[in-house]
Design a protein around this ligand. Structure first.
Ligand code: SAM
Ligand code: CA
Length: 235
């Protein structure tokens, strides 16, 4: 007998580049703040511009930041700073972002725009591998359960390790957003069908998605925006 619980209703969402363009043109670009647009356009010239957070994901992250009234946040993976700038523009004047990236060079590309926006004082940029910085933060008991929000958009192999640290740093009710959790759609492909350059990331991402789904410490929502983002709310 057919298992009705397995029947997938395909609502045809975002099945064409035109539809994505429609979403961007209708709801995202008209509301994108001018300096964010400037940073997005400056980043478009970068050879690795595809790494930047998609503006529709960014718009959603802005809403989450507002919903939890985020003041203290952590950003793992800054690149040229699109998600960092939108966070800095969204949190209050006395808000503070610990922004970690092992490469300061890309951050320098966005920095003049961040300065122009007048939000640089909210950012503590740390040029480092993320893990030791998280461990250092945890070493100070004042930091434990003190953050409202974290955005993780860096090396997929370490997402599970970051998750353990972030759950200790986050307040109850705090939000962690993980980016690229659908990994170009390869999570739903047999390994042999996935492009070679995406295979390792596919395998880490599949394991990480399973881990989150089974983690009773968080409420989870997998959102098919951008390359897939997963929102976790600490219970
Ligand atoms: N959120 C950024 C944006 O909106 O443009 C994009 C981040 S990009 C996808 C990933 C970044 O993570 C790169 O800038 C890279 O240098 C950084 N990264 C990779 N592995 C890292 C690690 N182990 N620790 C810290 N940063 C790392
Ligand atoms: Ca990303």
């Amino acid at each position: 007998m057919e298992d009705k619980t397995k029947k997938i209703v395909n609502k045809g969402l975002l099945q064409s580049p035109e539809l994505y363009e429609y979403v961007l043109e209708t709801s995202v670009y008209p509301r994108e703040l001018p300096l964010l647009k400037e940073l997005r356009l400056v980043t478009a010239d970068h050879p690795r511009s595809v790494m930047a957070t998609a503006p529709d994901s960014g718009q959603f992250i802005t809403m989450l930041l507002k919903l939890v009234d985020a003041k203290r946040t952590i950003e793992i993976g800054v690149f040229t700073g699109y998600s960092l700038l939108l966070t800095a523009l969204t949190i209050p004047d006395d808000g503070r972002i610990t922004a970690i990236d092992m490469n300061r060079q890309s951050y320098e590309i966005g920095l003049p725009i961040i300065k122009k926006a007048g939000v640089e004082q909210k950012i503590n940029f740390v040029e480092s591998e993320a893990l030791p910085v998280l461990d250092e933060l945890l070493g100070d008991s004042d930091n434990q359960e003190s953050f409202d929000f974290a955005f993780v958009d860096a090396d997929k192999i370490n997402y599970a390790t970051y998750h353990e640290r972030l759950l200790k740093l986050l307040k109850k009710g705090g939000i962690i957003v993980y980016d690229n959790t659908l990994w170009g759609g390869t999570v739903a492909m047999p390994e042999e069908s996935a492009p070679e350059r995406l295979k390792a990331g596919r395998n880490y991402t599949i394991e990480f998605n399973k881990l989150l789904a089974a983690d009773a410490r968080v409420q989870v929502s997998q959102i098919p925006l951008g390359d897939g983002i997963t929102v976790c709310r600490r219970l």
